[in-house]
Write a protein that binds this ligand. Structure first.
Ligand SMILES: Nc1ncnc2c1ncn2[C@@H]1O[C@H](COP(=O)(O)OP(=O)(O)O)[C@@H](O)[C@H]1O
Ligand SMILES: CC(=O)N[C@@H](CCC(=O)OP(=O)(O)O)C(=O)O
Length: 312
């Protein structure tokens, strides 16, 4: 007969004591749960943060946790490295200009196949291991994202980079319907074209930011493969933990490569009414929960001017 069945007095008490820290952790989360209840959180999962299976599974757990805790998460995903690998397999080159992929019609087919047919499917599958929650779509669906041809200015000249789109309109109807139905939309950054019957490749950070603003999200969270925005990259790894939109605007011309669309996106989102935009380290397991449910954020947070930037 076990001690419990024998009614030994000490055992039950000891069990209660070991469970106490768990109750404490849950109680500490209460103010955050209350504050974020019902709020839309747009989470951008970058291709570079999708580096291993455990991290992807932890990402899915965090997103489902947010949903079950009463928030309304929307996932927008990238897949740059995965597209590069597929282009390489097909003997096509990956070329970037102004931080954007030069997208020939052939490359566009690969981008669409990898994002919508591979990366999005994998994320939907991981989320749905926890219940019938995730629904995948691309910006093409229900006119969610409309774009026109984007010709960036490089050294004073407008450059043709193929089927890369500049977002001209967002229709949040389909996403809102999914959220109202308790689902988690998982969105690939492909847009319908306003000019012709084809589609456009849109940078996933840009798409996430535009969707966050259009949805009136409380937070935009961009998961990537660095700790946050480094003050003096690549010579130093000092992370800027908090900055205002005006401070960020001044910093933008100094930024390079993948950080440009991320920080432009954060700027656009906060200027568009999103309360905070954050760049966080997707290599840290459960980084989303750490960021949402603790006082100390783990990455870089962009806030409106009125809230002040980096504490002195
Ligand atoms: N100031 C900076 N701070 C941090 N990372 C920077 C900075 N400037 C450029 N980077 C680069 O941006 C990369 C993140 O962008 P990207 O490769 O597009 O990631 P993702 O696939 O997550 O969108 C980092 O790995 C780093 O190499
Ligand atoms: C126009 C453009 O550059 N589109 C991106 C879309 C995917 C993306 O943004 O993926 P990450 O978030 O992993 O970088 C591309 O083709 O790579």
């Amino acid at each position: 007969m076990s001690d419990e069945k024998a009614g030994q007095p000490g055992t039950g008490t000891a069990r209660k004591h070991t469970a106490l820290p768990k109750a404490q952790i849950l109680i500490e989360a209460l103010p955050w749960l209350t504050r974020h209840n019902g709020k839309v959180v747009v989470i951008k999962f970058g291709g570079n943060a999708m580096i291993d299976e455990d991290l992807k599974a932890a990402f899915a757990q965090d997103v489902v946790f947010l949903r079950q805790a009463g928030l309304r998460p929307v996932v927008v995903h990238g897949g740059g490295p995965q597209i590069n690998a597929q282009l390489d397999k097909q003997g096509l080159v990956s070329e970037f200009k102004a931080g954007l992929r030069v997208t020939t019609p052939e490359a566009m087919d690969v981008v669409r196949m990898v994002l919508a047919g591979q990366v999005q499917r994998e994320l939907v599958g991981l989320l749905n291991q926890h219940g019938p929650l995730a629904v995948g779509m691309t910006g093409e669906d229900a006119h969610t994202i409309t774009a026109a041809r984007h010709t960036p200015e490089i050294d004073g000249e407008l450059v043709d980079i193929g089927r890369v789109g500049e977002i001209t309109a967002i229709d949040t109807g389909a996403i809102e319907a999914l959220l109202a139905d308790g689902r988690i939309p998982v969105i690939s950054s492909i847009a319908r074209s306003a000019d012709d019957h084809h589609v456009y490749n849109v940078n996933a950070d840009t798409a996430a930011a535009a969707l966050a603003a259009a949805l009136g999200a409380e937070t935009l969270m961009v998961l990537t493969d660095v700790e946050g925005l480094y003050a003096d990259w690549p010579s130093s790894d000092e992370v800027i933990s908090r900055l205002t939109v005006s401070e960020l605007e001044k910093l933008l011309p100094e930024l390079s490569s993948g950080m440009v669309p991320k920080m432009e996106g954060c700027l656009h989102a906060v200027r568009g009414g999103v309360s905070t935009a954050r760049v966080i380290d997707g290599r840290v397991p459960h980084s989303i929960l750490l960021e949402i449910f603790t006082d100390e954020g783990i990455g870089t947070m962009v806030v409106p001017d009125a809230q002040g930037g980096e504490p002195a």
